[in-house]
Ligand binder design. Structure first.
Ligand code: PLP
Length: 384
């Protein structure tokens, strides 16, 4: 699914040199390397504050702690996403409110969000799923109307840009009140272990969060709030500093691979290609950069998706089903308030999605082999 060795070959000297420097300086925790990465990422994103932390799940949790959310507060998020999003809501004693997603872009359905707002609602968590920006402009307007916080889960979307109606562009993770990201190795900006960060333009919130990730300390051994221990280590920051200058090129390589996949699939009956805001006919959003293709995800109709998965695996082609079970149907997150009819899109997507290999090193001959294998199967197994 990913080719981290191939990518490493291109940055080996830089990574080795900066890791060596960290080891020789022995500043393993919160040293200059972490600080430099923080500053470089702030500049890249165009955001006032980046607070590095241990992983993307902590980043979400700490963002919610920083906003002062309290047990009983309701937090609305998408039913179709990785479990980390709903997990931290539940862990903090907040009440998760799962809502359905849009069938075209797989992101949180704004009408469903609007219907789910109650007097106890405090925040909305859009996820830029698979690397496509959620529709932030109307979402921010809805949040403002109801006085809600917006926490962007940007674990899959780093580097993507959202275009507002007036033509203004902003990077995902810099539009809501606060955002989280993950540097898990397979993410678009991945380190060689765990890592994450929180972003915000709010000075007070940034200050609060900097204390929370460090045991609630704002002054050494004075613990003003309940915090956690969540740090990005300097060796990971060294890897991230070597990769950050390449992030736009990495995302462009992903978009190029996505365009090649889409060119092959777009007229095949039974296959729906992923869509950004520009639409596939305009070349996978090369114009607006709204999609950074963390995953390239097809929906399959009239063909047994699981049989296709099995066929690809037998042909030596890795593929993934993200995600096979809706969150509202997970044992840990069931709630008697949920009605199946409210999740018709997610319930259909879990049966029909399939993600193909997507990374920065895909070659045209690999893409040709993958697309031909998928198309041959689809053409011979329609309605089977
Ligand atoms: C990967 C991911 C996370 C969690 O990040 P970790 O660094 O693995 O904790 C959270 N949300 C989404 C949408 C993700 O894809």
């Amino acid at each position: 699914m990913v080719d981290l060795q191939g990518q490493y070959a291109g940055i080996k000297d830089r990574v080795s040199a900066s890791m060596q420097e960290v080891i020789e300086s022995a500043s393993f925790i919160n040293g200059p390397e972490v600080h430099s990465f923080q500053k470089e990422l702030e500049t890249y994103l165009g955001v006032k504050h980046v607070i590095p932390c241990a992983n993307g799940t902590d980043a979400l949790q700490v963002a919610m702690m920083g906003l002062g959310l309290k047990p009983g507060d309701e937090v609305i998020t998408a039913d179709f996403t990785f479990a980390a999003t709903v997990e931290v809501i539940a862990l903090l004693g907040l009440t998760p409110v799962l809502v359905d997603v849009d069938p075209i872009n797989f992101n949180i359905d704004l009408d469903a969000v609007a219907r789910s707002i109650t007097p106890r609602t405090k925040a909305i968590v859009p996820v830029h799923l698979f690397g496509l920006t959620a529709d932030m402009e109307p979402l921010m307007a809805l949040a403002e109307e109801h006085g809600l916080f917006v926490i962007e889960d940007n674990a899959q979307g780093i580097g993507a840009q959202y275009t507002f109606n007036d033509g203004r562009k902003m990077k995902t993770g810099t539009i809501g009140h606060v955002a989280s990201t993950s540097f898990f190795p397979s993410k678009n900006l991945g380190c060689y272990g765990d890592g994450g960060a929180i972003f915000t333009n709010d000075d007070d919130l940034a200050h609060t969060i900097r204390g929370i990730v460090n045991h609630g300390m704002y002054q050494r051994y004075h613990h003003d709030v309940v915090g956690v221990n969540s740090r990005l280590d300097a060796l990971q920051a060294a890897v991230l500093r070597a990769k950050l200058p390449n992030l736009d090129a990495y995302n462009a390589a992903r978009r190029k691979a996505a365009s090649a996949y889409t060119a092959a699939f777009k007229d095949i009956e039974g296959i729906t290609v992923p869509s950004g805001f520009c639409g596939p006919e305009k070349g996978i959003c090369a114009q607006c950069d709204c999609h950074v293709f963390h995953q390239y995800t097809l929906t399959i109709e009239g063909i047994d998706r699981d049989a296709l998965v099995q066929h690809l695996n037998q042909a030596g082609i890795p593929c993934g089903v993200y995600y096979p079970i809706p969150l509202h149907a997970q044992k840990a997150y069931t709630d008697e308030r949920y009605q199946e009819a409210d999740f018709s899109v997610t319930n259909a997507l879990v049966q029909s999605v399939i993600s193909l290999p997507m990374h920065t090193e895909l070659e045209q001959d690999q893409i040709d082999f993958i697309t031909q294998t998928v198309i041959d199967f689809v053409n011979t197994h329609r309605n089977g």
